[in-house]
Design a protein around this ligand. Sequence first.
Ligand SMILES: [Zn+2]
Length: 91
Amino acid sequence: MGPGLRLRRAAVDPRDLTGAGREAKTGGVNNLVRDAFEVLIVVGVGGMLVTAIGRLRRGEIAVVRCVACGRPTSRAYPRCKHCDAEQPEVR
Ligand SMILES: [Zn+2]
C-alpha cells in the first residue's frame, strides 16, 4: 500500500466504502423493484415446475402412445417417430 492510496482512502466518504451511500444516490427503490421482480420470477417458474410435475405424477397429462409400437410419441406429429406409423387424431 503506497502513500497515494492511503491519501485517496482518507478522502473517500465512509458511506461509499460500504456502498450504502452510493445505493441511496442511484436509487435504492430501483434495486428493491429489481429484487422483487427476481423473487416473483423465481416463484413463478418454480410454481410452474411444481404444477407440471404434480400433474404428471397424478397422470393428468396423458402420454400419447403409438398405436403400432406402443412407445410414447407426441401429439404434435401425425406419425410415430419410432416406427413411422400414422397416429389417429385424438380430440
Ligand atoms: Zn410407433
